[in-house]
Ligand binder design. Sequence first.
Ligand SMILES: NC(=O)C1=CN([C@@H]2O[C@H](COP(=O)(O)OP(=O)(O)OC[C@H]3O[C@@H](n4cnc5c(N)ncnc54)[C@H](O)[C@@H]3O)[C@@H](O)[C@H]2O)C=CC1
Ligand SMILES: O=C(O)C1=N[C@H](C(=O)O)C[C@H](O)C1
Length: 269
Amino acid sequence: MEDLPGIVITGASGRMGQMLIKTVVDSDKARLVGVVERAGHDWVGRDVGEAMGGAALGVTVTDQPLDAFAKAQAVIDFTAPAATIEFAKLAAQARAVHVIGTTGMTNEDIAKLDPCARHAVIVRAGNMSLGVNLLTVLTRKVAEALDEDFDIEIIEAHHHHKVDAPSGTALMLGEAAAEGRGVKLADVADRGRDGITGARKRGDIGFTAIRGGDIVGEHDVLFAAAGERIVLRHLATDRSIFARGALKAALWGQDKKPGQYDMLDVLGL
Ligand SMILES: NC(=O)C1=CN([C@@H]2O[C@H](COP(=O)(O)OP(=O)(O)OC[C@H]3O[C@@H](n4cnc5c(N)ncnc54)[C@H](O)[C@@H]3O)[C@@H](O)[C@H]2O)C=CC1
Ligand SMILES: O=C(O)C1=N[C@H](C(=O)O)C[C@H](O)C1
């Protein structure tokens, strides 16, 4: 047990934090060595199992990430962009694999990961599930096969707590579609239609975000032409798919050279 990779979970009380804690505790391939919450959170100082409403796990929630990371082989981080950038610096200092599930990061945020990846392995993906990563491969292939007579639209739906749009997954799918078309997503993305928008521009990739209730995550990639439509769809019904993918990434990263990777690398897709 002692020689299994030690994992720290950040954002312990969050929807994904709690799912990740359960996934690591139930795994026979890793052990939970630390959990982090933001300073001032009422879980700090408590046993995380009890804070989650169950039996004690012998791991106390801390607001001192570096102390926790120093004891770990990997950090799994589904929090918020500003926190993730700080955690990347600390994970690099601790030489721990940093698995980043946080979405809503700007290009400037992402650039701040570059110096960290010189010292440690970073695996980052807007969606850690096998199904969505396979969908990105299919999306690229379909976009490659069709010309601009097919309008590409990405429609995503999430729970009403979600703070960023389009979702990280929608952007991954958009990148895949743009790659298939041989264009840059930044040049063709249409992300905010409202009012008199004018007719759709040929070649654009459109995004629509639905927010409501407890939807875990749904993504459609629509290829619409005159007389026919193709829809590629992924429906997530349980957050465990993201947590399992993140743990797989943390284990995969153990023997890799410092650098930035994604789930296509982890899954070999
Ligand atoms: N890549 C993927 O497969 C997936 C990514 N996500 C992303 O993960 C992120 C979190 O999602 P949820 O768990 O639903 O959100 P949430 O709001 O339930 O949890 C976020 C947690 O992070 C904590 N946090 C914020 N700042 C912190 C700091 N400085 N130090 C420590 N903890 C801090 C909050 O207190 C909270 O507990 C979002 O960006 C979401 O889009 C969610 C599901 C799957
Ligand atoms: O915030 C969420 O919940 C999710 N976020 C990720 C995203 O932005 O795509 C992944 C998943 O869809 C759930």
